[in-house]
Design a protein around this ligand. Structure first.
Ligand SMILES: Nc1ncnc2c1ncn2[C@@H]1O[C@H](COP(=O)(O)OP(=O)(O)OP(=O)(O)O)[C@@H](O)[C@H]1O
Ligand SMILES: [Mg+2]
Length: 444
């Protein structure tokens, strides 16, 4: 009797599997995203699962020798910083970012850096012609005899090339274009991406070669393809910024070899991508109403940023909009100003923008947000000599923040004369704004 074929369906959006076809994915909510996996695809799944669960005998943790993480430099201080101190041999790193943000530029630059230091680097591109990559390499001054380009999308041919030379780094641009001829589904599909990532992971660990893969991101901002991709790799980095402006930020999202709080700051110039450790996120132009400065911590690094606010008459329901700052927190700060200072913000639209594409994820900028809002509300500029650091609590207290001394040193290094900070004794917001801010801050 013929063995009954086992059917399995998979969501092409999130990778969720079900023995039945589902109209709506019960995991991610996507509609009509289920496709049936053929036997060969089910085999890939089994192999991936069994490789992970292959267990030998258990060993007492005290008998295990620590693996010292060896790293080598990418010759780019910002890139090294985000990776946790340099490139780890055998690591699989996924770099995501929206279209045109500069992913290929960043990795071609790193590839060029290593090649210029006598290391063989393979740059595989399934998206651009050799001529296009050459133009970019000229712009970045990344040309080197040791930088090898491979315009290829077939995994088996890529693996042959990897086996042909001792490479120190491999870049795959991008994971969505690569396909394995052993699997019938289309490039970029869940099964393909999973199988290819698994194979790349195996090669990276076996040969101890670091492999960087570029991943496209979806409209919602996550890496296109299955979530398992992010689970499988060692490190996930996101490259973002405003494509229309020059500043680009590289952030760690997951890192098995270091922390994820550091950011790398780059500037896109005619000559390519420059590491910009000392980039200014505020302008030195004459003071204007609605602008206040603060110092935020990005990982271990203090950055002086400009907070911009616009308060204008509301027609209909008052609007609140925030770019780079949590909009729920903005609503809370406005409610506090209304309640504690009797300011009628329910009749005004309030917009907040953090200059330079920085996203503030901490509360130390509360005071600067409030100062910028008041400055726009009163239409009076704040002195550019001062900056504001402090958290505001729901009860209206102004509280101290972490790393205050580091922030103040940064402010001093940038040439600021005054910093408005919480006093040691907790100050009530009302006292603070009315008696401190209005008095201390020299309105222009
Ligand atoms: N001559 C130039 N001067 C300044 N910036 C440039 C120049 N040429 C290209 N750029 C910048 O490089 C960006 C393209 O970078 P890149 O191709 O590395 O992006 P990407 O993230 O790989 O895009 P994709 O998703 O299309 O692969 C452009 O959007 C532009 O900002
Ligand atoms: Mg690209």
């Amino acid at each position: 009797m013929a063995k009954k074929k086992k059917t399995l369906f998979e969501c092409q959006h999130c990778g969720f599997q079900s023995p039945k076809w589902l109209g709506k994915c019960s995991n991610c909510g996507a509609w009509e995203s289920f496709v049936e996996l053929n036997e060969q695809q089910q085999e890939v799944l089994k192999q991936t699962a069994s490789a992970v669960s292959k267990s030998s005998q258990a060993i007492s943790i005290n008998e295990i020798k620590e693996d010292d993480i060896e790293r080598f430099s990418s010759y780019d201080s910002e890139f090294d910083l985000v990776l946790g101190g340099g490139i780890v041999p055998g690591s699989l790193v996924l770099i995501g970012g929206s279209p045109g943000i500069g992913k290929s530029t960043l990795l071609l630059k790193v590839a060029g850096n290593l090649a210029q230091h006598e290391q063989n680097v393979l740059y595989v591109s399934g998206e651009e012609s050799l001529g296009q990559i050459k133009i970019r390499a000229n712009r970045l001054k990344s040309n080197s005899d040791k930088l090898f380009l491979l315009p290829e999308i077939k995994l088996e041919s890529i693996v042959d090339e990897i086996n042909s030379k001792p490479y120190s780094l491999i870049v795959i641009d991008s994971i969505q274009t690569v396909y394995s001829s052993e699997i019938t589904s289309a490039p970029g599909s869940v099964t393909q991406v999973r199988a290819i990532t698994f194979e790349l992971m195996r090669i990276a660990k076996e040969k101890m070669i670091p492999i960087f893969i570029i991943g496209h991101i979806t409209k919602e901002g996550s890496i296109a393809g299955p979530r398992v991709l992010e689970h499988m790799v060692d490190t996930v980095l996101y490259f973002d910024g405003d494509a229309t402006k020059e500043i680009r930020l590289l952030r760690g999202f997951k890192n098995r070899f270091g922390n994820t709080s550091e950011i790398g700051i780059f500037e896109m110039t005619k000559e390519g991508l420059q590491s910009s450790k000392n980039l200014q996120f505020f302008s030195n132009k004459k003071p204007q109403s609605g602008s206040a400065l603060t110092v935020v911590m990005e990982g271990s690094r203090p950055i002086t940023v400009e907070v911009q606010a616009l308060v204008s008459d509301a027609y209909g329901n008052p609007k609140r909009s925030s770019n780079g700052f949590d909009s729920n927190r903005l609503t809370m700060l406005l409610a506090l100003l209304e309640k504690k200072l009797d300011l009628p913000f329910n009749q005004y639209d309030v917009f907040i923008n953090i200059a330079g594409g920085i996203k503030i994820g901490e509360t130390a900028a509360d005071l600067a947000i409030i100062a910028a809002i008041l400055s726009s509300f009163r239409d009076r500029a704040l002195s550019k000599e001062s900056l504001f650091i402090g958290e505001v609590s729901l009860t209206g207290d102004v509280r101290s923040v972490s790393s205050l001394d580091i922030r103040l040193n940064e402010a001093a290094a940038q040439g600021f004369a005054n910093a408005i900070i919480p006093s040691k004794i907790e100050t009530k917001l009302k006292t603070f704004i009315v008696e401190e801010v209005e008095k201390i801050v020299d309105w222009m």
